[in-house]
Design a protein around this ligand. Structure first.
Ligand code: NAD
Length: 257
């Protein structure tokens, strides 16, 4: 058995015997769905100006900002479908092992895959909020053919309900994520650099309150030599598929015994 297979087997044991498994995801889990991360050579910010996600710029130039926001977060993200890593997390929830997903992503792919308990630390592009009367709208209720989109009630400017630079974390998601991290005895980090604050404190909180940290990432992150107990090096889709295979085999042999 290769070293990486050993580690996958070790991680599968930890997950199978867990009492409260929690997953924490970053941009990396959606890379195999065709959505690049923000930073890095092929990152979205190598092609687009991140200024479109600055609140003052958005309010000053709503049409210009919305034109780019629509292209990235609705036309481009809209094409994306869950990949095997998202599907495995949904299967783990169905099996009763996974208690919740904490995600920094705004692409809605965990819900599309079937996860029902998802704490969205940075919000979700599938919801919009009126900047004037604060009413919320689902994506299906808004016509993005006419930009910038306006509130049907007060004509205020609509904004995607994910956080822009400098905005605070949604309070409910913040609290729920901390509670989940505290309850976790096994904490799975998938595809996150650990550079985005305050989200990067959640896995540290889980570690400090006793969780075993399993990390899936083709690269080393800030977590790897700091809090990670088992680093499964590789792409999320491939590693999570192998991990689920191991869990299924072990569960079957447990039932037979
Ligand atoms: P990030 O912190 O989310 O890190 C991306 C990580 O993914 C890196 O460590 C990289 O090594 C890893 N990675 C790359 N390919 C992978 C794969 N196939 N499998 C597993 N891991 C892989 O970095 P960011 O892009 O700077 O993100 C900043 C913030 O913006 C984060 O909160 C992020 O979640 C959010 N964001 C969300 C989306 C989305 O909704 N899909 C896309 C881009 C950024």
């Amino acid at each position: 058995m290769e070293n990486s297979d050993n580690k996958i087997s070790q991680a599968a044991d930890k997950i199978m015997n867990s009492r409260h498994l929690v997953a924490f995801t970053g941009a990396g889990i959606s890379v195999e769905s065709g959505i690049p991360s923000f930073r890095g050579e092929d990152g979205l910010w190598s092609k687009y100006d991140p200024q479109v996600l600055e609140l003052s710029h958005f309010h000053q130039y709503p049409l210009e900002s919305w034109t780019v926001i629509k292209e990235i977060f609705y036309d481009f993200f809209g094409e994306a479908r869950p990949n095997p890593a998202h599907v495995v997390l949904a299967d783990l929830e169905k099996s009763g092992l996974l208690k919740c997903v904490i995600t920094q992503n705004i692409d809605n792919l965990h819900q599309t895959a079937g996860n029902t308990v998802v704490h969205e630390f940075h919000g979700n592009s599938h919801n919009l909020v009126c900047t004037k009367c604060k009413r919320h709208f689902g994506l299906a209720e808004v016509n993005l053919d006419v930009l910038p989109p306006k509130c049907g009630l007060c004509q205020g400017l609509l904004k995607p309900d994910f956080i822009f630079f400098g905005e605070g974390i949604p309070q409910q998601a913040y609290q729920a994520s901390h509670i989940a991290a505290e309850k976790a005895d096994v904490f799975l980090i998938i595809g996150s650099t650990g550079e985005v604050s305050p989200a990067n404190q959640i896995p540290v909180h889980a570690k400090n309150t006793g969780a075993t940290i399993i990390e899936v990432n083709p690269e080393k992150s800030r977590y790897t030599s700091y809090i990670t107990d088992i680093h499964l090096k590789g792409k999320a889709g491939e590693i999570m598929t192998k991990l689920m295979e191991q869990i299924s085999i072990k569960l079957k042999s447990k039932v037979i015994k």
